[in-house]
Each structure stands twice: as C-alpha cells, then as structure tokens.
Design a protein around this ligand. Structure first.
Ligand code: PMP
Length: 444
C-alpha cells in the first residue's frame, strides 16, 4: 500500500506554500498517514472526472472510485442537502429512507435458493468487513480465514489481520491463511485452468488450518483483486474456490468495496461476473459518492447465527442523510446508464492503451473490466519481470501531466486506472497521451 509516498527529503524542491502545508501535516497528524507524490497535490475543487488544485490547474482523476458518479455530482449534493436540512438521526427510530433504499438495493441482488437477503449499514468498508468476519465466525463456529497475499480489507483488528497489503509490519492473524491471487499473466497459467488452480490453493489453505485444529469460518475476496494487481479475467474463475469453501463449512464474503456499483460494466456487482451467489456481501466506497456510507448484505440464515445473540448498533450507519446519498447514487447509476457506459468507454480505453505496447515494450499487460483497469509495467515483455521503479517514476510523470493515479500488485508495478464513472471517451486521449509522453520521457 505504501506506494508513491512523499517523504521529508522531497520537501526541498517544493514551492513555499506546498512545503508549509506538508510541514503543518507532519506537525499535527499521526505518522501513519501517507501523502501521494514527491510534489504533493493540493486539491481544492472537484467536478465530474476532474480535480482542480489551489493554482487552478486541472487534473484528470484516474484513481477515485469513491466519487464514483463524479466529484460533487449534483444529484448527491442535492439529496444530502435536502435531507440534512430536514432530519439526521440514527436507526433506532422509524424512517422510510433506509427501507426504501434497502428495497431498491436488493433488486440488484440475485435470487437466493433459500431464505432472504438482509441488509445492515455502517460508515466504512472496514466496518462492513469487520462485521462480516464476525458473522462468519458465529455461523460457522470456526475461526479460520482465507484471503489473498496482497489483499486489503480494512483497518480494524480483524480486518487488518487479513490485509497483507499493509506490509510486513502488520501481523497476519494466526488463524488466517494467505493464498496467491489468480493472476493469469504472472503465473502463465492457462486461463481455462486458473479457477481450478486457485481452488487447489484454497483447498490447501483449508487443509493447513484444519491440520492445526482450526475450522474455516470464511474466505474473503475482492472479486477484481484490485490490491493484488487488478485481476478481472477470466470471469467465472472464483466459482470453484467458493464451492471448496462451502464444502469445508465456511462462507464466502464478497468484498464489493472496489468492484461494486456498476464499475466493472459487465454486471452491477463483481461477484456476479463470476456467477457466484455469496453468503455475505460488503459494500463501501462508491456507495455514497463521497458520503461515508457502507453496508453488509447477508443471507438471513447466516446472519441469524450472529444477530439472534448479539445486538449491533452503529451510531452513524444507515442515517437518513447517508441513505439519501446512497439512494441518489443508485438512482443516478440507472438514470445515466453508467453500467453500460463503464463497459463501453472502459473497453475502448483499453484498446487505446494496448496500442501503447507497439511503442513501449515496458507495457507488459493491459487488463480490466469496465472502468477498472490494470496496466502492468515490466522490464521486458518476454521475461515479464515487474518494473516497480518504472511504475513509481511513471506516476510522478503522469502527475506532472495532470493525470492522477496509483499502483497496485505485489510488485507495485501495476498502474491502477479506476476513474469516476463520469470518465468520457475524450478523456482517453489525455490519459494515453500522458502515458505515452511519460514513458518516452523516461526513455522507455
Ligand atoms: N475492502 C477493500 C477491497 C478496500 O479496497 C478497502 C479500502 N481501500 C476496504 C475494504 C476498506 O474500506 P474503508 O477504507 O472504507 O474502511
């Protein structure tokens, strides 16, 4: 996760105003915070897919899936303002907002073989995953968790224990096992076999847990494996692993914080691309277009094992203002046809990016679904050796050309291109031109 971070030694080259802000930050904010870029960006305004800094410079936001409809989308601003002027309380009083939203949200979920979906609301993805892990333990009677080797699932004790992306300083829970992500490009495994390959890894992890007397509670995964390097293809590869998990008495938690809410273009949810019906689904980031709202949707029979015994109250979770924001997001995704848009504009963008391979052999792989793309930088396409230094240098070059993004993957060499869904075909020229110029400037 520690990628293109600003470090104190970069301060010398900064203009006085930027330098003063970085110094104020380090004087008063906790040292765990990281700041992007050697020349940090001081943003003051956002509109759609664009951001503006204090000098009025315009940037193309290729990073932000939180402002998913676009920065400051008027439908969300209006819905939040209206509700804030009327009432904002908690879920211990009756209110239609949370019920209307839940009815609407659940229309996007697949039919269950038995029982019903039930929704609960929080403020962050971490809280949603934390609750899902607790529910999984209650239902299964087990303690064991499986996650991927570069996964990120949150900030709490439970979720950070299954978040190896936090680096070697973060202990992995003793009851957790990590499996390599299903990476077709890096493993070179036949795409038709990657599902079976991945299921074998999950089976081995379950065996290892059981050999130490730990029963499986849950396998948790982000179905586009964004922090593992953006691994969307081939759709369907997760299904076999989920069967293995269920056979061992565990549940599958689909962490939709990254792929959810239409981003992948093909489906509204990432899990749907894999033809899976999860046991627990966690929602976050794009859900409120910037308002902190998150959720957990669960099969009622799974949830009951927890909720029949343990109350759950989240002071801000599900409040009328958050629900108004979430409703405006759902309504706008449909009204603006953003799922189909993400699909069309995302695949056109990837064709253009693919074209860069002809001029720059550092571009090893371009992959994605909808408006979620990973571009892998390598020393040589034949060896596929990851080029982390180049990726970090490209981030800085892109920033100088007004394009903001970051990197992902175990080697930190995959450019993560994940703009607001407001991204338009015309923005592709800016992105591809900036990337082309950046690689050329770096002699690659
Ligand atoms: N799950 C995934 C897949 C995430 O990417 C993140 C945030 N990067 C989280 C969970 C945690 O969400 P939050 O930061 O809202 O707690």
């Amino acid at each position: 996760m520690d990628t293109n971070s600003f470090r104190p030694e970069h301060a010398d080259g900064l203009d006085p105003a930027t330098r003063a802000l970085t110094e104020r930050r380090s004087a008063v904010l906790g040292g765990s915070y990281r700041l992007f870029y050697r020349r940090p960006v001081h943003l003051v305004r956002g509109e759609g897919q664009y951001l503006f800094d204090a000098d009025g410079t315009k940037y193309l936001d290729m990073y932000n899936n939180v402002a998913s409809l676009g920065h400051c989308h008027p439908a969300v601003v209006e819905a939040v303002t209206r509700q804030m002027q009327l009432l904002n309380t908690h879920t211990r009083y009756l209110h239609e907002g949370i019920l209307d939203y839940t009815d609407d949200l659940l229309t996007t979920f697949p039919a269950l073989p038995t029982g019903e979906w039930k929704a609960m609301y929080m403020c962050t993805g971490s809280e949603a995953n934390d609750l899902a892990l607790r529910v999984a333990k209650a239902w299964s009677g087990g303690e064991g968790f499986i996650a991927t080797t570069e996964a990120y699932h949150g900030t709490s004790e439970l979720t950070s224990g299954v978040s190896p992306a936090l680096g070697s300083g973060q202990p992995i829970a003793p009851t957790a096992r990590l499996v390599p992500a299903p990476d077709v490009y890096r493993t070179g495994i036949d795409p038709a076999r990657i599902g079976a390959w991945f299921a074998d890894r999950v089976r081995a992890a379950i065996g290892d847990l059981e050999a130490r007397g730990t029963k499986l509670a849950a396998f948790i995964a982000d179905s586009v494996f964004s922090s593992d390097g953006v691994l969307p293809a081939p759709a369907g590869y997760l299904a076999e692993a989920v069967d293995v998990v269920r056979a061992a008495g565990g549940v599958f938690i689909a962490d939709e914080v990254q792929p959810g809410f239409a981003r992948t273009g093909e489906e509204f949810w990432g899990f749907a691309r894999h033809g899976i019906v999860p046991d627990l689904v966690t929602l976050g980031k794009p859900m409120g277009n910037g308002i902190p709202v998150s959720g957990m949707v669960a099969r009622d029979e799974v949830l009951a094992a927890f909720s029949d015994r343990i109350p759950y109250f989240n002071t801000f979770g599900g409040n009328p203002v958050s629900m108004a924001a979430a409703q405006a997001v759902l309504t706008t995704v449909r009204a603006e046809g953003l799922q189909a848009h993400a699909r069309a504009v995302g695949s056109a963008m990837r064709s253009e990016l693919d074209g860069l391979k002809e001029r720059h052999d550092a571009v090893g792989d371009v992959r994605g679904a909808g408006l979620f793309t990973g571009l892998e930088l390598v020393t040589d396409p034949a060896t596929r050796e990851p080029d982390r230094d180049l990726a970090l240098a490209v981030l800085e070059e892109l920033r100088d050309r007004g394009v903001l993004t970051s990197v992902a993957g175990p080697h930190g060499n995959v450019l993560k291109l994940r703009p607001p869904l407001a991204f338009q075909a015309a923005d592709t020229d800016w992105l591809v031109g900036a990337l082309d110029a950046s690689l050329t400037a770096l002699g690659r």
